[in-house]
Structure formats: structure tokens, C-alpha cells
Design a protein around this ligand. Sequence first.
Ligand SMILES: Nc1ncnc2c1ncn2[C@@H]1O[C@H](COP(=O)(O)OP(=O)(O)OP(=O)(O)O)[C@@H](O)[C@H]1O
Ligand code: SF4
Ligand SMILES: [Mg+2]
Length: 359
Amino acid sequence: MEEKVELMQDSSTQNAAPLTTQTGPTPILVAETVCKFYPIRRSLLERLRRQPPRFVRAVDLTSLCLMPGEVVGLMGESGCGKTTLGKILCRLIPPTSGKIQLMGKDITSLRGEELRRLRPRFQMLFQNPYSTLNPKMNVHNTLLETLRVNLRLTPSDEEQRIQEVLAQVGLPHKRYSFPTEMSGGERRRVGLARLLLLRPSLIVADEPVAGLDASIKAKIVDLMMETRTPEVAYLFVSHDLHVIRYVADRVLVMFLGLIVEELPIATFEEELHHPYTSTLLHAARQVSLHNSSQSKVDFSDLPSHNEAVGAGCPYVHRCPWAGHEVPKIRCLEERPPLVPVAANHRIACHRFSPTPESL
Ligand SMILES: Nc1ncnc2c1ncn2[C@@H]1O[C@H](COP(=O)(O)OP(=O)(O)OP(=O)(O)O)[C@@H](O)[C@H]1O
Ligand code: SF4
Ligand SMILES: [Mg+2]
């Protein structure tokens, strides 16, 4: 199986997206051509016939860079690999290949005590904090346990940090409450408190406001943005374009494991986009048009092609440009790299990348 994964990587490494390069301070996180392939379970018949294993390319040659103080939005439809990418960046799961650097240190293959010591520096806020809270532990004990597992502090420092974060998330009065005695919004605040307690440099927030009603959602988003500091980088995963627009400085658009567009939030309304981003924006405008009171634009129910992506562009089966603006054979056979189309704006589409003959 390992051998097969190796071969699949080799076939597409030439299409690796180049890394975001920025001058100035050291990036908080740099991921280079990161991949995560999951084997697809085979039926008994397939195994008896010795059919070769197939893989879901959950994250496929993704490169990104997060700078201190930056909030980067990550959007894309359900199943495109957002959570998997977040887990890889926080070293909760190992990548199949690629390299991850946290503040200049290669953490790709860290294990054991070394990884445990660095863990407080990169934290993930999960979609459903209820599943990560122990129903038998009150807020105080939950926070204390988080501190003791990750850091070695004196009892008075522990007490001070707990008081600080409870004040920060507006929950001092819930210090001795259990998860069942709190609302969904309050539980998310506990999740955030637990993470802030460790003073991380990188926060990956995976759909932190999904499923909340509009007013609670706004409060949690505001709270998260109040906790923003110049030293911390946020990767904010959301289906909700309005939330992304509100919080992010920069947006990454993902499709079937691949970043297909990277752009500053200020240029989001401009016309030049990857055809997939245009579809997302169109869907968002349709929602505003038909239901202006609805604050959420949800792409999760857009149809998804989950078939294995070959060497070409993952969007080829839906793309209106394939066969018109760009020869379809190129889209099918060649993976488009992320290329600059304007300042800090890159798109992975052959329409914008030169053909080998024209170079
Ligand atoms: N442990 C696993 N084993 C096998 N396949 C997995 C595993 N985890 C995720 N996948 C597959 O990887 C792909 C990406 O999943 P992921 O959860 O990262 O998507 P997502 O973009 O976060 O979706 P959503 O918006 O629904 O949360 C999916 O096709 C999923 O089925
Ligand atoms: S590379 Fe081809 S299939 Fe992919 S977005 Fe561009 S035109 Fe469409
Ligand atoms: Mg997810």
C-alpha cells in the first residue's frame, strides 16, 4: 500500500502549488505540498480479484503560509478536505507526505515528548465542542485538566490563567457548571477558553459557529476576533461566506483536496475568479436575493464529485471553461498550479497558466 501511495504522489508532484512567499516576520506556519490519502475500503470480491487499492485524496499537494496576526478563511464544500487539512496542520494526524513548519521548526515527523511539548502552540477548535467536553467535569476542572496535561505551572499561576480566560470568554459565573447545564453558545465559549488557556500561536477553528443561531453566532465570532493578537495566526474554516468575509484577511478556496484560489478578502467582489469560486459566490448571492434575512450561506449541499481525481484538474467534471476557454485534454491530464493573477491573488487554472510551449 505504501508503495502505491508513493507512486500516486510522484505522478502529480510536478503540479505542486508553489508556496506563498511573504517578506517580513517569520511565518507562524508553513505547509509545503501536504497530502493526506485515505485508502478506500475494498469489497471482498475486489480483494479476491486482487484489485489495486484506491485512495481518497482528502488533501492533495496543498501549500500554505500563515503569518502572525493573520486570519485566513478556508472555504469549500462538504468533503473537500478542510477538517483533514486542519488536523494535519495541528499534527493531530500525520500527513501522507509533505512538510509542516511551525515558527521555522519542522514538525512534520515530531513524535512523543517533543510533540507533546510543542502541542500547546497549535490548537484546534472543533465543530462540535460538546463531543470534546467531559460531561462529568465542570468548567473549572476541564480548564485545570487542560493546563496540567499541557503545561507545568504553579497553583497560583493556574488560578490566574483560569480566571483570565473565564473573564475573556465572559463565563466567570459558569465556573462550576457542567456541560449539560450550559447552552450551545456557552459550551463553544468553554471550548475557546480551553484553547486560549494555552496561549497558542496557531488556532485552527473548524466551523466554530456552525449550527448556532444568528445572534449567538455573531457573539462568538466577535469574541474570537477580540481574542485576536498580533502573535497568533488563525485558520478559520467555514461554509459561511458572510462569516468568512467578516473575519478573514485572506481566503483560501478548496476543492477536492486542492487549494484552487487564494485571494485577499478585499478583492472578493472583483470579477476575476476560479470558476469554482464564482459558483460559490453566485450561490451566496442567490441566497441573499431569495432570503435576505438568512445570514448563512451554506455550500454543504452542493453536489460533490468524490470520484478519484486523476492527474488533471479536480474541477474538470463541472467546469464551464473546460473544452471552451482551455482544451479539455489539458484540464484532464495536467494539474494546474496556483499562479499569480494580481497582487496576492492566485488561481489554479490553466486559463491563467502558460502552456509549456509558450514558455
Ligand atoms: N479517517 C478517515 N478515513 C477515510 N476517509 C476519511 C477520513 N477522514 C476523512 N475522510 C474523507 O476525506 C475527505 C475529506 O474529509 P473532511 O472531513 O476533511 O472534509 P470537510 O471539508 O471538513 O467536510 P465538512 O465540510 O463536511 O466538514 C472526505 O471524502 C472524507 O470522507
Ligand atoms: S484547469 Fe480546466 S477544468 Fe480546471 S478550472 Fe481551469 S478550465 Fe476549468
Ligand atoms: Mg469538516
